[in-house]
Design a protein around this ligand. Structure first.
Ligand code: MLT
Length: 391
């Protein structure tokens, strides 16, 4: 038999979110009938806009018709959808050839490892979306540099420790702290990447929660970013597609390897090799989401989630936490000074039936924090207030 891929032994025992599910299940089995307030994994709860659900239903039915059935689509995704993505998010500043429709940001991060190859030095924000760390460990990254994002630095890291790295993963609005970068901060990031020859993998999964001027929704709002960044976008949190699976990736034609060769043809070659494009049904949903009616439904849902975030923030403040995020992001990042995250997680679960995510699960700089997701039911967000009043 084959030997085990040695990189598996470098991973932590279990991935963060299944571990939370395991602890939730253990609580429920010892407290049958308990009703948990769910602020854990960032999983959307509001229904899809009607126009989106109808478009997918229609396409599914068409797949049952002799004249309307269709098999494989382009690996890069439907041309119409790539056009819509460029118009909706990039002010038409890319060609369709530079945009690839994916089945979501998480699987795309996995595929990107094949583009980047082994033996790299990689920098990540700390705390960090665990996929960046685990996917890199699995693909044989040589070295990983953690860049602390703390209240003391406004959650924007000192980039100097990343000198000598090949790649920097950057997420804004940031999962898990919920803090969005300003234009000046992203300018700093882009200049740093240029000066030091780093590729930025920019995760914009939460961009649709940003509405304040001076806080970009895309890294490409910063001049020169096309020369240093790949942007990974997602319909999951934008349009409630966590269960539908759809995203996109932008690989600008300006992006080059150290020898001056273009990265775009290699990425296309990779996608042709390991991916057949997302389902036609989900792509039809994506097209509907980007229509005027779809966008109206999306904005309504985002407003509701941001209202939930504000209720959660008030509740956590009343519990004595210092609270960050939740304004341009669905995540609230609550600090209980002097406490340990996993203890807080257990205490909130046992005493208040609240499911959160321990900040330590996202990296050492998350110690003392818990993350609360506002992709919850409104009733759960309101209950935080009632809990505080009753205690
Ligand atoms: C999260 O809770 O951080 C994310 O929703 C999980 C994911 O997107 O994979």
């Amino acid at each position: 038999m084959i030997r085990r891929n040695p990189t598996f032994s470098k991973l932590k025992g279990s991935y963060l979110f299944p571990e939370i599910e395991k602890r939730k299940a253990a609580y429920l089995s010892s407290h049958p009938g308990a009703e948990l307030l769910n602020f854990g994994i960032g999983d959307t709860t509001l229904p899809l806009p009607k126009v989106v659900a109808e478009a997918m239903a229609r396409r599914a039915l068409e797949m049952g018709g002799i004249d309307s059935y269709a098999g494989y689509g382009p690996s890069e995704g439907l041309l119409e959808l790539r056009t819509s993505v460029v118009r909706a998010f990039y002010d038409a500043s890319f060609t369709e050839e530079e945009v690839f429709i994916s089945d979501g940001a998480k699987s795309e991060i996995g595929r990107l490892q094949l583009l980047l190859g082994q033996g790299l030095r990689v920098a990540v924000q700390d705390p960090v979306y665990p996929v960046f760390v685990d996917a890199n460990i699995l693909s044989g990254t040589r070295d990983m540099v953690l860049l602390p994002c703390l209240p003391e630095n406004g959650f924007f890291p000192d980039l100097k420790p990343a000198v000598g790295c090949d790649v920097i993963y950057f997420c804004s609005p940031h999962n898990p702290t919920g803090v969005a970068c300003s234009f000046e901060q992203l300018e700093t990031l882009v200049s740093f990447a240029k000066e030091n020859g780093l590729l930025i993998i920019y995760d914009s999964a939460y961009a649709s929660f940003v509405s304040q001027g001076g806080f970009p929704r895309s890294i490409y709002e910063v001049p020169g970013a096309k020369e240093v960044a790949i942007e990974v976008g997602s319909f999951s949190k934008l349009a409630g597609f966590t269960g539908v699976r759809l995203g996109w990736t932008v690989v600008p034609k300006e992006l080059q390897y150290v020898d001056g060769g273009a990265i775009l043809p290699d990425f296309r070659r990779l996608i042709h090799t390991v991916f057949n494009g997302p389902s036609r049904i989900s792509q039809e949903g994506g097209l509907a989401a980007l229509t005027r009616e779809g966008m109206q439904g999306i904005e309504k849902n985002i407003t509701t989630y941001l209202e939930n975030a504000s209720l959660i923030k008030r509740g956590m403040e009343a519990m004595g936490a210092k609270v960050y995020g939740g304004k341009a992001s669905p995540y609230v990042w609550a600090l209980f000074e002097g406490r340990r995250s996993w203890d807080l997680f257990e205490e909130l679960l046992n005493d208040f039936q609240m499911v959160t995510i321990p900040g330590r699960g996202f990296g050492p700089s998350g110690e003392g924090f818990v993350r609360l997701s506002s992709f919850c039911m409104r009733e759960d967000a309101l209950k935080i207030g009632r809990i505080i009043l009753n205690n």
